[in-house]
Design a protein around this ligand. Structure first.
Ligand code: PEP
Ligand code: MN
Length: 360
């Protein structure tokens, strides 16, 4: 698809300064919980209120949201604070009800953006409606699926679009509830340069203590906004209790954030440009060396073929990886980083050698 002609994800009466902050509870639990949370958030200067009306839960039996019953509470939030409201829609019924109830911003949840049928239905329901939509990444680390969801909405005429980064599920135990996989949103931004990127640290982290570091990292990567869960009494929240902050804690987090500029207006830009050109030169050399390394691997492949030796020599591979990791440690590079690089290089060597083996 040619470049998307998106409208800015900005709102009347809300400053365009980064970051745009959307905050509120995971779920709408009662009118009092909503209005009290919203009042405290509004006092911090936050202008957009989020709350889940319909909650997608992994297993049945847990709290699935109050549904349409909770929509008037969003209206109460608006009346009490003047905030704009945002909620998740996962099907056509949600779209109609949310729009009828005057919800200002819709978001597509991670489980929905993984499903092209569902996204297409929502997109069709939004044809001719001018409402901003935040498209969260799909649960699985699939950039094409994320882009596909954004395209489906765009093709239905929704032009106020933003991408929500909430991390990706993994089967392995990791430090976060969802793997941030930063390279995926970075690549999304390269492919759709003008799409605003909004971080959802709550669903990446899954618990409170890492929220700041993830949010700061997103700001350092030049994200445009933050959607974050806040609740007046997080420990007693009906969903996602461990990751929600009290409004005052959110206030602290926001105050601590360092927001950097994307472009530098003064002379230091030159320095960055100079350093970047040095990096470009080093990268050229890396590619050059990799090509040379592959040629040598191919030579080895020919010898293996002539002598009928298997491509994979586990002992040799073990030796390479331990030696390189030792060198990395000494040079202050992380073992994880070097291991990933050499795994990729080794895989490519094996592919080259396998090709040679099978040539006749
Ligand atoms: C949410 O924002 O409360 C939510 C359910 O998010 P996600 O779709 O990212 O899991
Ligand atoms: Mn949640």
């Amino acid at each position: 698809m040619e470049t998307m002609n998106l409208q800015p994800f900005t709102f009347e009466g809300i400053s365009n300064e980064r970051p745009l902050v959307i905050a509120g509870p995971c779920s709408a639990e009662s009118e009092a919980q909503m209005v009290q949370t919203a009042q405290q958030l509004a006092a911090l200067g936050i202008k957009i209120f989020r709350a889940g009306i319909w909650k997608p839960r992994t297993r049945p039996g847990s709290f699935e949201g109050y549904g349409s019953l909770a929509l008037p509470w969003m209206q109460s939030v608006k009346e009490a604070t003047g905030m704009l409201t945002a909620t998740e829609v996962a099907n056509v019924k949600h779209v109609y009800e949310a729009l009828k109830a005057g919800i200002d911003i819709l978001w597509i949840g991670a489980r929905t953006s993984a499903n092209p049928f569902a996204v297409q239905e929502i997109a069709d329901a939004l044809r001719g409606v001018d409402v901003p939509v935040l498209v969260k990444n799909p649960v699985n680390p699939d950039l094409e699926l994320w882009i596909g969801a954004i395209e489906r909405l765009y093709m239905a005429g929704v032009t106020r679009l933003a991408a929500g980064h909430r991390g990706f599920s993994t089967y392995e135990k990791i430090a976060y509830r969802n793997d941030p996989n930063w390279q995926i949103p970075i690549e999304l931004r390269r492919r759709i340069p003008n799409i605003p990127l909004i971080v959802d640290p709550s669903h990446i982290c899954g618990k409170r203590d890492t929220l700041f570091e993830i949010t700061q990292k997103a700001m350092d990567l030049n994200y445009d906004g933050i959607i974050i869960e806040a609740h007046i009494d997080p420990d007693h929240a009906m969903s996602d209790a461990k990751q929600q902050l009290r409004p005052d804690q959110l206030g602290e987090l926001l105050k601590k954030l360092v927001i950097r500029k994307e472009y530098i207006e003064n002379g230091s830009l030159v320095t960055i440009e100079e350093l970047r050109s040095q990096i470009d030169k080093i990268d050229d050399k890396i590619v050059d060396l990799l090509e040379k390394r592959m040629h040598i691997a191919e030579e080895i492949g020919k010898i293996k073929k002539e002598n009928n030796i298997a491509v994979l020599q586990t002992k040799r591979w073990h030796q390479i990886i331990t030696q390189r990791m030792k060198e990395a440690r000494e040079k202050g590079l992380s073992e994880h980083f070097i291991e990933n690089i050499f795994r990729a290089i080794h895989e490519e060597s094996i592919n080259h050698q396998t090709r040679i083996m099978n040539e006749n």
